[in-house]
Design a protein around this ligand. Structure first.
Ligand code: UD1
Ligand code: MG
Length: 453
């Protein structure tokens, strides 16, 4: 199967410097959605017809299974498909997709491909209450005879409610025969791909139709408003799938998944959370309101309180995180670890049952089990040139407002007094404290404000 994706149109109505097909839906470029669906149908050869701003499109999405055909100038959809013909396998069929129709589903395409067989022209059509703007499917005695574009249609044709979605499958050899013969004597002065229908009929080739399961599958994006509308459609579908698999959503209209979210049974997600990349929530995880989670795994029963930001991190089973915690890349938390408000963790592991509950920075650290990290503790991991590690062994107790100047190790069971600036290793099981001696000065008087003359 050859796949041709039309993506040369300018997309003026987006009013944007970014080529239309690079605008993102659920965090992925529109064209990326179409490419992934094409791959899902098992397409071996995919050709993208590009034009305006095309180099940027190519740089963003190039892959080994793609070829790129430049269409310059853009003389219509028939002319666009013609540009893709040189690389096509002539013994196979060709599926035509649009780069700005991102939500088409593989199941629909498979039905269309099946309808086409090896020697028919298959059109994906739909019946719309308001068909305005689309090409209309003209039938005689029930059989498709041609497609007429809105701008070329008479009143009777405009009344037809069966429309051309633009997606079709045709034998590649037939396309190679037809496309060079297309004319452009029509209302728009363009080479219409849709004119191949009449050519197929003239040759006696069967023209068949298939329909999408859902109307939104074939909706195209021409404006920011349409982009936002299809984003909502996509997110609603994701939310429904999550609920079907056992997740509890406080409000299916207030979740955004920009990647892949896998939820265990009874995982519960409060409103306004954003999930990016691949996120796994095990059974019974709860995510509070307004969290952003990217590429992370949250173990069973863990509780993420509101307003947390978690990226490239692992939270173990039974963890309690936040509110207002930030877990940065390379964070690995064991079982039942507590990371509280205004605590930042980066490139660090914290083993089972340890706690850092308030206002701390833990960077490049290895922390053992049952460690208590007091409020205001900071790992001084960066000397201005290099990063160094802090090691805190099992059962250590780090007093509040401690600075650990890395590289440094706190031995097993050690206690650091509050306010310590640790610059050398703290031995196990001892109290280590660095602190100016406390003084009280008898008879000391507060200064008083001088009187103005
Ligand atoms: C086309 C169909 C119409 C159908 C409608 C569905 C034709 C002649 N008409 O009309 O029957 O109902 O889509 O949305 O095919 N493109 C190129 N190069 C070009 C022209 C277009 O790559 O020279 C691409 C566009 O980027 C877009 C797609 O082809 O992705 C469709 O182009 P568009 O101008 O939207 O076609 P319509 O006039 O809407
Ligand atoms: Mg269009």
């Amino acid at each position: 199967m050859n796949v041709v994706i039309l993506a040369a149109g300018q997309g003026k109505r987006m009013r944007s410097d970014l080529p239309k097909v690079l605008h993102r839906l659920a965090g992925k470029p529109l064209l990326g959605h179409v490419l992934d669906t094409a791959r899902e149908t098992g397409a071996a050869k995919i050709c993208v017809v590009y034009g305006h701003g095309g180099e940027q499109v190519r740089a963003a999405l190039d892959a080994p299974d793609l070829t790129w055909a430049l269409q310059e100038p853009q003389l219509g959809t028939g002319h666009a498909v013609l540009q893709a013909m040189p690389g096509a396998v002539s013994s196979a069929s060709t599926l035509v997709l649009y780069g700005d129709v991102p939500l088409i589903r593989a199941s629909t395409l498979r039905r269309l491909i099946k309808a086409a067989g090896v020697d028919s022209l298959a059109l994906l059509t739909a019946h719309l209450d308001n068909p305005q703007g689309y090409g209309r499917i003209v039938r005689a005695d029930g059989l498709v005879t041609r497609i007429v574009e809105e701008k070329d249609a008479d009143d009777a044709e405009k009344a037809i409610r069966e429309i051309n979605t633009g997606i079709l499958v045709a034998p590649a050899a037939a396309l190679a025969r037809w496309l060079p013969t297309l004319g452009n004597r029509n209302a728009q002065g363009e080479y219409y791909l849709t004119d191949i229908v009449a050519l197929a009929v003239a040759e006696g080739m069967p023209v068949v139709t298939a329909h999408p399961d859902e109307a939104w599958e074939t909706e195209g994006i021409n404006s920011k408003a349409q982009l936002a509308m299809l984003e909502r459609v996509y997110q609603r579908n994701v939310a429904e799938r999550l609920m079907e698999t056992g997740a509890t959503l406080a409000d299916p209209a207030r979740i955004d998944v920009r990647g892949e979210l896998v939820c265990g049974r009874d995982a519960a997600i409060d409103v306004n959370c954003v999930f990016e990349g691949r996120v796994e929530l095990a059974d019974c995880v709860t995510i509070g309101a307004n969290c952003v989670l990217k590429n992370c795994r949250i173990g069973s029963g863990a509780r993420i309180a509101p307003f947390c930001h978690i990226e490239d991190a692992v939270v173990g089973a039974g963890g309690i995180i936040g509110p207002y915690a930030r877990l940065r890349p390379g964070t690995e938390l064991g079982r039942e670890v507590h990371v509280g408000n205004f605590v930042e963790v980066k490139n660090s592991s914290i083993a089972d049952h340890s706690k850092a509950n308030h206002l701390a920075y833990i960077g490049d650290a290895t922390i053992g089990s049952r460690v208590n990290v007091g409020a205001g503790t900071i790992t001084c991991n960066y000397d201005g040139a290099n990063k160094h590690r802090t090691v805190i062994e099992d059962d250590a107790f780090i007093g509040s407002d401690t600075q650990l100047v890395a590289p440094v190790t706190v031995g097993r069971g050690a206690t650091l007094g509050a306010g310590t600036t640790l610059t050398r290793d703290a031995p196990p099981d001892q109290l280590t404290v660095s602190r100016a001696k406390q003084l009280s000065i008898p008879g000391w008087k507060r200064p008083v404000k001088k009187k103005k003359d």
